[in-house]
Design a protein around this ligand. Sequence first.
Ligand SMILES: [Zn+2]
Length: 205
Amino acid sequence: MTTLVMFSGGLDSTAMLYKLLTGSADELHVHHVHLRNRDGRARAESDAVAAVLAWCRAHCRPFSFSESALDFESLRAIPIDYLAVAYAACQVAIDVPRCNRIAIGTLAVDLDEVKRKVTQKQRRVFDAMYACYRERKLGEPVIEWLYPVYELTKAQVAQSLPAELRAVAWSCRRPVPVEGGYRICGECKPCRKRAEVSAQLQIAL
Ligand SMILES: [Zn+2]
């Protein structure tokens, strides 16, 4: 059976992927959704995904990979990430033979009072869609959801990764365009958290 790893290229999902590659023997299918919206971080994430996967292919064990894109750049509102991920995960779970597990890199510490039901809500969206495919006799009867880094703090996430992966995983929500590329904004919540963990552990992050 195969585990579908929903991979954003961020620090948390990189820690999840690295943990599954090095700490399990599960057959893995990694999937990245290019989420294009007004935040404008799709390119930075896509570069991070390429760099993380190249490192993992060279230093870990084999896995398969696919990608998809959802483009909402012309909208004013920014669509909720976990809904987009649930939608894409359903399509990929149907596409990957014998896929019966879905791994998500959510961290409990990121879920405040408002967000604490995110994982259930994401599964509810997935389940409603998946049921439509099951009616057509597609997919597996039971899907198990894994949260391999759920209990970790941000510092533990950072510590769990080799320096090379820490350096290429992307976290900034609103990258700033600069000549020839982009840079982190340094002000969004993930940027501030990375700086805090970097200072706390005295490591480059
Ligand atoms: Zn930022």
